[in-house]
Write a protein that binds this ligand. Structure first.
Ligand code: FES
Length: 184
């Protein structure tokens, strides 16, 4: 049975998405350092010529900068010798891939029912005010990306906020500034 990646590939084969054909001039939004470039080339080299490796390659490539700017997508397409449209489709399809810069820490505010009832909305509002960003955005200093999430399975600790790998529970609005300080 065809994998999702293969299905997406099949749908897009020979059907370049308008405005996203590979062009030399296109590789100018982000400049990778020599070291980052080497790392990317190594990832591509290790997977070249194999089938069904695109998601894995993109996953590893995303770790280089924390997201997948156009330059990386184009280089992956060229390196694996596949149309840019395939890479673009896979990146757009999977939520685990981001085309925007991410902060060092992702703050996930649980907005599931238990957390909502215990004041998640107020916590989110306070976070938005403190960080001056909306969910989906990253602070200018690239420290935090704010997100909302569904129940994370810790309802007993509601309201819950996850920062990086840490879960913080039973939070109040007053706790928020101190919480952020821990990561600055
Ligand atoms: S609703 Fe937030 S942890 Fe379950």
């Amino acid at each position: 049975m065809a994998t999702t990646e293969e299905k997406i590939n099949t749908e897009q084969t020979g059907n370049e998405i308008e405005g996203h054909e590979i062009e030399d001039e296109a590789i100018d939004d982000v400049k990778l350092t020599e070291e980052e470039l080497k790392e990317l080339e190594k990832i591509i080299e290790e997977n070249k010529g194999q089938r069904g490796v695109l998601i894995n390659v993109l996953h590893k490539a995303q770790k280089i900068l924390g997201y997948l700017p156009r330059e990386i997508q184009v280089r992956v397409a060229r390196g694996l010798d596949i149309p840019f449209s395939k890479v673009y489709s896979v990146v757009s399809f999977y939520s685990l891939f981001s085309t925007n810069p991410r902060g060092k820490y992702t703050i996930e505010v649980c907005t599931g029912t238990a957390c909502y009832v215990k004041g998640a909305e107020d916590i989110l509002k306070k976070l938005k005010n403190e960080l001056e960003i909306e969910p989906g955005e990253t602070t200018d200093d690239k420290l935090f990306t704010l997100e909302t999430t569904r129940c994370v399975g810790a309802c007993g600790m509601a309201p819950v906020v996850i920062i990086g790998d840490d879960a913080h529970g039973r939070l109040t609005v007053e706790d928020v500034p101190k919480l952020l300080e821990q990561y600055q």
